[in-house]
Design a binder for this molecule. Structure first.
Ligand SMILES: [Zn+2]
Length: 143
């Protein structure tokens, strides 16, 4: 069955992923699977590491994010790429939105044109980078 909302989700996630890694991470990351999926209410995105998938890492963006628009989808992808970077280049990982995630996020944010920083395990980390001011310069360049 084709979900009619998928029509609204025609965003170039692969191009965006590459731009976010190039500008925000500046280190090689493996290519995760990228797709839209129905997620629990209030959840914008989900990251599944290689241990969880037993293969390629996976980034899921909530289908409901599409109706919030392009910037919302971009922000969600940036957040999940930060989780991917933590999983791939930081050892050990200290949990969902702990110090390591916040360090990676705080490094990425200015490189991607966001203003402001986040602190460990706060609501702002959970909703980063939407919790900062945007839209981002890189997003505008990529289109
Ligand atoms: Zn998160």
């Amino acid at each position: 069955m084709i979900n009619p909302s998928t029509r609204l989700c025609d965003f170039p996630l692969r191009d965006w992923f590459e731009a976010i890694v190039e500008h925000g991470i500046r280190q090689h990351l493996s290519e995760p699977g990228l797709c839209f999926a129905p997620l629990e209410f209030g959840v914008h995105g989900r990251y599944l590491n290689r241990r969880e998938t037993r293969g390629r890492a996976k980034i899921l963006i909530a289908l409901t994010r599409c109706r919030d628009g392009e910037e919302a989808v971009w922000d969600t992808l940036v957040h999940e790429v930060a989780h991917h970077a933590v999983a791939e280049i930081c050892r050990p990982d200290d949990g969902d939105h702990g110090t390591i995630f916040c360090n990676v996020a705080n490094d990425m944010a200015p490189r991607l044109g966001y203003e402001g920083r986040i602190m460990r395990e706060t609501r702002r980390a959970r909703y980063w980078p939407g919790s900062l001011r945007g839209p981002t310069r890189i997003k505008r360049e990529v289109g």
